[in-house]
Design a protein around this ligand. Structure first.
Ligand code: FAD
Length: 308
C-alpha cells in the first residue's frame, strides 16, 4: 500500500512527487510516455514566464526540473500503460496485469492537442504536417502552407511561418479570430497571409507528401482545393481524462472539477495541472497545484513532514 499514486509525469505530476518526498510521503509516479516532462517536449519557444528561471525551450526547463527530480526519493515508472483505475478504491490496474493500491490518488494527466479528424491528418505526419512553426519553419522555407485555427497558437504560428513561406492561408471556423489583439493587428499588416473565416479544412491531399488541402466555406459554397506543401493544425486541446471521466465530476469539456485544495468530488482523489485547469494552463500553475495537493494529502494523512 502506497501513500500516493500520481498518474502523469508532466510538470504537475513531477512537482506533486517532489513535494511528496519533501513531506515524507511514499509516492509512485506512473507515466505512459518514454520520458517525463509532458508538454514541455513540445515547447520550442523560449520560456520567460516561469518566475526565477529562463529557458530557451521546454526541454531546457525540463533539465532544471530533472536535476531536482533525480535527487528526490520517489518511484517513477515510465512507459507504463494503465488499463483501468478505480477511483473510490484507489486501485490502479496496469496493462501488465499488476494491481497497485494507494491511500491517495493524484490525476496529473494534462491535455493533448485536439485533432481535426480529417482524412490525411495522421497519414501525413512527418510528410508535410508541421508540428511547430518555431521548430519546423526552416523545413518549409519557400513553400506555401496552411494553418488551421483561430486562437493565439494558430495565429502566432501563422505569423512565424510568414518569415519563410511565400503564402500562409489561415482557415478558421468562427466569424472572427479569437487570438489576442497583438497577434491580429500584426496579421493585418502581413500581405502574404490570407484568412478564410467561417471555413473548415475537410481533407489533406497528396501521395507521399502533402500537396493540397480541401477547404469548405460555409453558406453553401462548394469546397475548393488549395495547393500547399505544409499544414499546421492548432485547434485547441482536450483533457486526458478518458480513464476516469465517468467516475468523478468533470465540466462539459471533460476537465476535472477541483476545489482550492485540488480535491475532486471523490475523497482522497486529487487533480493537478492542465487536466483540471482549463482557463489558465501554465507551468507555474501546474507545479503550484502539485505542491498544494501534496501538502493537503500530507495533512490528511497526518504526516508531520519536514516543512509542515
Ligand atoms: C507549444 C506550447 C508552448 C507553451 N508555452 C508555455 C509557456 O511559455 N509558459 C507556460 O507557463 N506554459 C506554457 N505551455 C503550457 C505548459 O506546457 C503546460 O501548462 C504544462 O506542461 C502542464 O503540465 P501538466 O503536468 O499539467 O500536463 P502535461 O505537461 O500535459 O503532462 C501530462 C503527463 O501525463 C501523461 N499522461 C497522460 N495520460 C496518461 C495516462 N493515462 N497514464 C500515464 N500518463 C499519462 C502524459 O504523457 C504527460 O507526460 C505551453 C504549452 C505548449 C504546448
Amino acid at each position: 500500500m502506497l501513500d500516493v499514486i500520481i498518474i502523469g509525469a508532466g510538470p504537475a505530476g513531477l512537482s506533486t512527487a517532489f513535494w511528496c518526498d519533501e513531506l515524507g510521503l511514499d509516492a509512485l509516479v506512473l507515466e505512459e510516455a518514454e520520458n517525463v516532462g509532458g508538454q514541455l517536449h513540445r515547447v520550442y519557444n523560449p520560456i520567460y514566464n516561469y518566475l526565477g528561471l529562463k529557458a530557451g525551450n521546454g526541454a531546457e526547463l525540463l533539465e532544471h526540473f530533472a536535476a531536482d527530480v533525480n535527487s528526490a526519493e520517489f518511484d517513477l515508472w515510465t512507459q507504463t500503460s494503465i488499463s483501468s483505475v478505480d477511483l473510490k478504491a484507489k486501485r490502479v490496474s496496469l496493462a501488465s496485469g499488476e494491481d497497485l493500491q494507494s491511500i491517495a490518488l493524484v490525476i496529473a494527466t494534462g491535455v493533448r492537442p485536439r485533432e481535426l479528424g480529417v482524412p490525411g491528418e495522421k497519414e501525413f505526419i512527418g510528410k508535410g504536417m508541421i508540428e511547430s512553426a518555431a521548430r519546423d519553419r526552416d523545413l518549409f522555407a519557400g513553400e506555401d502552407v496552411c494553418v488551421v485555427g483561430g486562437g493565439d497558437a494558430a495565429v502566432e504560428n501563422a505569423l512565424l511561418l510568414t518569415d519563410v513561406c511565400p503564402t500562409v492561408t489561415l482557415v478558421h471556423r468562427g466569424k472572427k479570430l479569437r487570438a489576442r489583439r497583438e497577434f491580429t493587428e500584426q496579421l493585418q499588416t502581413m500581405h502574404c497571409i490570407t484568412v478564410f473565416p467561417e471555413s473548415v479544412l475537410t481533407r489533406i491531399i497528396g501521395d507521399d507528401h502533402v500537396e493540397a488541402v480541401e477547404i469548405k466555406r460555409k453558406q453553401g459554397l462548394k469546397p475548393f482545393q488549395l495547393a500547399v506543401r505544409g499544414v499546421l493544425i492548432r485547434i485547441g486541446v482536450e483533457p486526458n481524462t478518458d480513464l476516469i471521466r465517468d467516475q468523478l465530476e468533470t465540466d462539459q469539456n471533460g476537465y476535472v472539477v477541483v476545489n482550492s485544495q485540488q480535491e475532486t468530488n471523490v475523497p482522497m482523489v486529487f487533480a493537478v495541472g492542465d487536466v483540471s485547469n482549463p482557463l489558465a494552463p501554465t507551468i507555474s500553475g501546474a507545479t503550484g497545484a502539485g505542491a498544494t495537493a501534496a501538502k493537503v494529502i500530507a495533512s490528511r494523512l497526518n504526516t508531520p513532514g519536514r516543512t509542515l
